[in-house]
Design a protein around this ligand. Structure first.
Ligand SMILES: [Zn+2]
Length: 362
């Protein structure tokens, strides 16, 4: 049955949403970074994006419609701060040389990690960036403004711009990978919050914890707390939970110690029967994801929730999680939120970084 509201109700709801988000837009958000207003960021037309990972740097150039004009991937100069700045500047110049009409393109940068309100990098797996004002230094190197965000925010922007959430006014995006993070886009604008914390969904406690499932207090998190959502819903979190009830899986996962074998192992786990211990771990995973997303719906009530990252590839999520989340949502009727996989997959990081340039600054 179609549970979406009638057209008049929808129009009214959209009108309310529009008024609400206008108020939000008037107050902020405040996407990074320092520097002054630059007219090239307001209507740049061409957008250069960089996804700075721990092992590779992905870069591309988009036109104003999101068409990819140029793309290049290079190894990350690990441990070399000045070298990282240098190769990103070289990539940007190479793209501009190939497409001279994009000489005044905006530049956006995505990193796996987070940014402090001061623009300094925190918790990046490219550890040589931590504590450094990488965005400001890249601005000096390039001689132009740079907009910077974490990978979950880039996913949210990319999928909102022309991905799974392209028709939605509000999009909450979640990365379920080696880590877990979230990002919120309202009316195509990234909402980062007054302290740059919006969307840090991975480091809130798993809601409605079950002691019989080992959720109280839950696993110790690298952030210093216990029971964080990331500890349960990351790939390593599922592996740990499966290992607790399946010795063979634990040995396999412990021996692997890297994402790729872990991913293939967890796929095997997801394909096995619910009768075995690994299947039970997957069942707990789906229940935990439903609870975590129900909390998001109770607070934000987004039109679309988009999932990215390695764990997002499991099809059962999209059928079973919406069936389960109703038990935890404060509503006596079905909600309209749609749960969808990322349309652009792994490319959402670099595409979202490019779309950052269209965010401008205030
Ligand atoms: Zn944590």
């Amino acid at each position: 049955m179609d549970s979406r509201p009638h057209a008049a109700e929808q129009a009214s709801a959209l009108g309310d949403a529009a008024r609400a988000s206008c108020r939000l837009a008037d107050l902020g958000p405040k996407p990074y970074l320092g520097g002054g207003r630059d007219p090239r960021l307001q209507h740049p037309g061409y957008r250069f994006g960089v996804d700075l990972g721990g092992t590779k740097i992905e870069s591309l150039l988009l036109d104003h419609e999101g068409t990819e004009l140029w793309r290049k991937r290079i190894p990350t100069p690990r441990g070399d701060y000045a070298g990282t700045l240098r190769v990103i500047a070289a990539l940007c110049n190479e793209a501009r040389d190939a497409h001279p009409q994009a000489a005044h393109c905006s530049v956006g940068l995505g990193i796996p990690g987070s940014l402090g309100p001061d623009g300094k990098v925190r918790n990046a797996n490219s550890v040589w960036l931590n504590g450094m004002p990488f965005g400001a230094d890249l601005e000096r190197t390039l001689g132009q403004p740079v907009v910077m965000a974490n990978d979950a925010n880039c996913l949210a922007l990319s999928e909102s711009a022309d991905g799974a959430g392209r028709d939605a006014e509000t999009v909450f995006a979640v990365i379920l990978g080696t880590g877990v993070g979230g990002g919120l886009v309202v009316h195509r604008r990234l909402w980062q919050g007054t302290s740059g914390l919006a969307g840090e969904w991975g480091h809130v406690a798993l809601p409605w914890p079950r002691s019989d499932w080992g959720e109280c207090p839950g696993p110790k998190c690298w952030c210093g707390r216990t029971g964080c959502i990331e500890g349960f819903l990351s790939g390593p979190g599922l592996a740990r939970d499966a290992g607790r009830t399946d010795g063979d899986a634990l040995q396999t996962l412990t021996a692997a110690q890297s994402w790729k074998p872990l991913e293939s192992t967890t796929r095997e786990i997801c394909d096995t029967s619910a009768e075995n211990a690994a299947g039970e771990a997957v069942d707990r995973y789906l229940d935990r994801l439903a609870r975590g997303l129900a909390m998001v719906i109770n607070i934000v009530d987004p039109e679309v929730i988009v999932l990215g990252g390695g764990m997002s590839q499991f099809r059962r999520i999209y059928q079973e999680v919406p069936e389960r989340w109703h038990a935890w949502i404060f509503s006596d009727r079905p909600v309209n939120t749609r749960l969808l996989p990322a349309r652009h997959g792994d490319a959402s990081g670099v595409r979202g970084a490019a779309w950052l340039g269209a965010q401008g600054r205030r």
